[in-house]
Design a protein around this ligand. Structure first.
Ligand SMILES: [Cu+2]
Length: 94
């Protein structure tokens, strides 16, 4: 019983710590269909509309979007879906 309680409090502590650190994330997306210098604007708008996104930087030269977001409010899938809906399929790069 005592061991179980200790294990549970450990899990809670780990979860709380993880949540505190997990809030802000930055991901770089490789974006398809970026053909002209106006495209990055559309990509940026599509990502900026997603709740939880705080910053978007789109590179026309590299065809990437670097997105800072709160992972408690949105997900990577929601970000790639937002650009895809705008006509620019994307995926995370490392
Ligand atoms: Cu364009």
């Amino acid at each position: 019983m005592r061991r179980t309680l200790a294990a549970i409090s450990l899990v809670i502590a780990a979860f709380a710590g993880g949540a505190a650190f997990a809030a802000q994330r930055t991901v770089t997306l490789a974006v398809d269909n970026v053909m002209c210098p106006a495209c990055p604007y559309t990509v940026k708008q599509s990502l900026a509309r997603v709740a939880g996104v705080s910053n978007v930087v789109v590179s026309f030269e590299q065809k990437t979007a670097t997105v800072t977001y709160d992972d408690q409010k949105t997900t990577l899938a929601a970000l790639t879906n937002a650009t895809t809906q705008a006509g620019y399929p994307s995926r995370a790069v490392q």
